[in-house]
Design a binder for this molecule. Structure first.
Ligand code: CP3
Length: 323
C-alpha cells in the first residue's frame, strides 16, 4: 500500500518545495521519498514512489494532480478519444520510475525488497473515462461497460499491453516483486469482474510469469472486493492483497493454501490509541498464526491525518510478533 505521504513531516517538507509531479519525475527526489518510510519506521519492504496514473500521461492523456486529486483534461468517452492513446516504450517514456527502482535496488541490495507497481487496466480505464473520480464514483465507466462494452474492451486491451511492458521493465530495473492495483474493480459484480477486469489481470500475470527475462513474485490488490476473492484467486497472482472488509481467515478458506494473502488492517484503525493500534494489529497476526503465506499490510494507503506514532506502533508490533 501507499506508505509515503502527507502524514509524514519529511514528505510535507519536500511537497512544500516541489510539486507531486516533480517528486515522481525526478529520480533523486523519488528515491528520497521512497526511502522516507524505510528510514522512519524500518518497514520490511520499500515501494517505489510514483503513481499508477503516470504511464497514462506517457500514452497521451494529459494529467494534472490537483488539490482535489488527479485529473485528466480530456476524459476518454468515445472511440475517437481512445484512438489517440498510443503504446509506450517504458525506457523512453517512463524513465524516472525505472531509474528510481535501480537506485533503490542498489541502495538496499539484498537487505530489503523493492516493490514496483502499476494500476490494473480496469482501474486505469476508470480514471481515463471519468477524467476525475468524484462523488458519483465511476458512473461514466459503468455506462460504457453496459452500453459500449466493445469500446471498453478495446481500451482495456491497450492498457493491458502497456502494463505488461511497464511491469516487465520495472522487474528488469530491479523490482523484487510487483503489485497490481485494481482499486475500482470491487465496484463490479462478479460477472462483470470476470468479464472485464479479471481477463486483463490474467494476461498480465501470465505474461510476467512467461517472460524470458528476470521474473518476480506478483501481488493483486482489489479494494471493496470480499465478493471477488474466489475470482481473484484465478488471476495468476502469487499473492492477494485484501482490504479490511473481508476477514483473512475467510479469504484463506476460499483461496486454499497456495496463494499468499496480504492485508488487511483498516488504515482508519491508526486513529486509535497506541494500545488500540497494537491490539488490532495483534488480532490480525493471531488470526494468521502459523500461516506460512501471510504478509501483514494495511488494507489501503495510510490516510493523510494519521498520527506518525500509530505507524511506529504498528510496525513495531509486527516486528516483535512471535508466530
Ligand atoms: O508509498 C508510496 O510511496 C507509493 C506511491 C503510490 C502513490 N500512489 C503516491 C501518491 C502508490 C502505490 C499509489 C497508487 C495509487 N494512486 C492508486 C492505487 C492504490 C490505491 O490507493 O487505491 C490509485 C487509485 C492512485 C491514484 C491517486 N493518486 C489518487 C486517487 C490520488 C489522490 C488521493 C490523495 O491521497 O491525495 C493520488 C495522489 C497521490 N499518489 C499522493 C501520493 C503520495 C498524494 C499526493 C500529494 O498530495 O502529495
Amino acid at each position: 500500500m501507499r506508505q509515503a505521504g502527507r502524514y509524514m513531516e519529511a514528505y510535507r517538507e519536500l511537497r512544500a518545495r516541489f510539486s507531486f509531479e516533480k517528486l515522481c519525475s525526478d529520480p533523486a527526489l523519488a528515491f528520497e521519498v521512497s526511502l522516507q518510510p524505510h528510514r522512519a519506521f524500518d518497514v520490511d519492504a520499500v515501494i517505489v514512489f510514483s503513481d499508477i496514473l503516470i504511464p497514462l500521461e506517457a500514452m497521451g492523456a494529459p494529467l494534472a494532480f490537483t488539490d482535489e486529486g488527479p485529473r485528466f483534461a480530456e476524459p476518454i468517452r468515445d472511440a475517437k478519444a481512445a484512438g489517440r492513446l498510443h503504446p509506450i516504450d517504458p525506457a523512453r517514456d517512463t524513465p524516472a520510475i525505472l531509474e528510481t527502482i535501480g537506485r533503490l535496488a542498489a541502495e538496499l541490495a539484498g537487505r530489503k525488497p523493492v516493490l514496483g507497481f502499476a494500476g490494473a487496466p480496469f482501474t486505469l480505464a476508470a480514471y481515463l473515462i471519468e477524467g476525475q473520480v468524484g462523488g458519483r464514483g465511476i458512473e461514466a465507466t459503468l455506462r460504457m461497460l453496459y452500453r459500449e462494452p466493445e469500446l471498453l474492451k478495446r481500451l482495456l486491451d491497450l492498457l493491458t499491453e502497456m502494463t505488461i511492458d511497464y511491469l516487465g521493465a520495472q522487474i528488469d530495473a530491479g523490482a523484487s516483486a510487483v503489485q497490481l492495483f485494481d482499486t475500482w474493480a470491487g465496484r463490479l459484480a462478479e460477472q462483470e469482474y470476470r468479464g472485464f477486469a479479471l481477463p486483463c489481470q490474467q494476461r498480465i500475470f501470465a505474461a510476467l510469469s512467461r517472460r524470458s527475462g528476470k521474473r518476480a513474485p506478483s501481488i493483486l490488490f482489489v479494494r471493496d472486493g470480499p465478493h471477488l476473492v474466489e475470482a481473484m484467486a484465478e488471476s495468476g497472482a502469487g499473492a492477494l492483497s485484501l482490504d479490511w472488509r473481508v476477514p483473512l481467515s475467510r479469504a484463506r478458506a476460499v483461496v486454499g493454501p497456495r496463494i499468499a494473502l496480504q492485508g488487511n488492517l483498516d488504515p482508519a484503525a491508526l486513529f486509535s490509541t497506541p494500545d488500540g493500534v497494537r491490539r488490532r494489529t495483534e488480532e490480525i497476526l493471531a488470526d494468521r498464526r502459523g500461516d506460512p503465506a501471510f504478509i501483514f499490510n494495511l488494507g489501503h494507503g495510510v490516510l493523510p491525518e494519521t498520527p506518525v506514532e500509530s505507524v511506529r506502533v504498528l510496525v513495531d508490533t509486527v516486528r516483535q510478533w512471535k508466530d
